[in-house]
Design a protein around this ligand. Sequence first.
Ligand code: PRP
Ligand code: URA
Length: 212
Amino acid sequence: MINFEKFHVVDHPLIKHKLSIMREKETGSKDFRQMLSEIAMLMCYELTRDLPVNDVEIETPVAKMTAQRIDGKKLAIVPILRAGLGMVEGILNLVPVAKVGHIGLYRDPETHNPVEYYCKLPADIEERYVIVCDPMLATGGSASGAIDMLKQRGVKQIKLLCLVSAPEGVERLQTDHPDVEIFTAALDECLNEHAYIVPGLGDAGDRLFGTK
Ligand code: PRP
Ligand code: URA
């Protein structure tokens, strides 16, 4: 059972439109990349709605005032390689001072379990509010594994930004990490026998980088 208090479908018309273009099998890498980046930016707007702001004293051309600013130094973006890379630029457009860490995981084609091959994170990652991004939440193994790695390093505040999710992946993630809020653009029907999301959009990494 999905806990909808911690699972948000960000279904703005602009996101629906761009996601439909990404899903079409005829869409090439250039448009796929552009749409993914734009959707990540639009979704980041929703995901960061509860970011704390600090009071700062500023002076407008007319008067002094107390304004609010986000303490951007407290944020980190962590894409899961490879496909998560396609979301980083869009998020950085909104939070340009965020640091970026990388976690490399690939799915074993036989078992569908994630295999770790890379991890490079900001030195003070445990003090940061972390946005994990990956376009696909299929079995949930990769996202869950990446979040395990972050928690082992002391990270306490984590949100997951994904584009397309399967019910199986959402349930797995919520079982493994009930504290992590998930933001997605679409909740699809199911997984097929190869653990691909149906209808989904195919292999996100291959479509993003043109490797198939
Ligand atoms: C894809 C996708 C996710 C993962 C989702 O990556 O980008 O990381 O699969 O599947 P899961 O929820 O069942 O773990 P993949 O392993 O194909 O690697 P790639 O991004 O390098 O192509
Ligand atoms: N990874 C992808 O890229 N697509 C899927 O549908 C499932 C896992």
